[in-house]
Ligand binder design. Sequence first.
Ligand SMILES: C[S@@+](CC[C@H](N)C(=O)[O-])C[C@H]1O[C@@H](n2cnc3c(N)ncnc32)[C@H](O)[C@@H]1O
Length: 339
Amino acid sequence: MPLPGSVAFPATCEAAPEGAPALAGGDAATRGRGVIESLTRPGLREIPSTWLYDELGSVLFEAITLLPEYGLTRADERVIERAAPEIARLMGPSPLVVELGSGSGKKTAAILAASLELGPVDYTPIDVSASALEACREKLAEMPGLRVFPTEGSYLGGLARALAHRATGQPVLVLFLGSTIGNFSRRELPPFLRRIRGMLRERDRFLVGADLVKAAATLQRAYDDPAGVTAAFNKNLLAHLNAAFDGNFDLARFAHEAVYNEDERRIEMYLRSEERQTVHLQALDLHLTLERGERIRTELSHKFHSGELDALAHAAGFLPEREWIDAEWPFAECLWRAE
Ligand SMILES: C[S@@+](CC[C@H](N)C(=O)[O-])C[C@H]1O[C@@H](n2cnc3c(N)ncnc32)[C@H](O)[C@@H]1O
């Protein structure tokens, strides 16, 4: 594949959580095209955040969730614990629970347990990371009455496959936890939510976890911890690319950077080139020259206001039905009903 001079950057790739599954799991040409397009984007080099998740990336993400500075996961857990009985009651017996980007699924156990009180439950975790899915299956498969159908793939592709197996009249609950919704750009998010809605039936539900706006210093620490776990997670993306495309990114020549952009209400994660260097991704025939200080953006994590989430729900064709907020670490769990 030749090195492109200037490549139009596809709209879906700004944060590309949905473009990326093709990158992470699709055919080699599509994966390669996505990486070339994003890395050579004029004015903003970028690698879709899905590339953060390979086997090591998933383990490092789990480690992040244990960091004292990363209050997000514990807030999500606390709210889910509190909300699970009511969610189970609203869903009724024997639902199909589909989780987008399940990771290890450790928070999901509370929802499944509450639902299992009412009868058997089908659970389809979807993730691009095969190792995360395996961890999820191991953790949850022992729950009596639970049938687990791990699905490796993208959010929407995986959801389509999961819904094809829904039994007649079976209620569906889709989970999108951990504020992964924040990884979409504000432009990409509404169409993504509409596509989810388009795949659901009336009275199906969508449970969305969203991190709320908080002090910049708190957020900054959460994404740039003193132990350097988030830095390792971020840099591992380059190792993932090296493995996928026979590349020679030297992780030691990059620094982790996390910046809170107050105007956009989001953490932006970058890898900053510590010196002028040329990197070669052999399988893509891509030579990339980075200047000292030049940055590659690797993730966006948007922070929300609660009213904004209601507006997103309505715009996508959902009715906001319930909202639970954690008092300690502002975080919202929103239950939306398909209208
Ligand atoms: C921020 S983590 C959240 C994990 C878990 N849901 C939680 O709340 O702790 C995002 C998860 O989504 C997965 N993921 C990332 N991009 C994806 C995509 N495009 N399609 C499916 N899964 C994806 C990652 O492998 C990872 O497990």
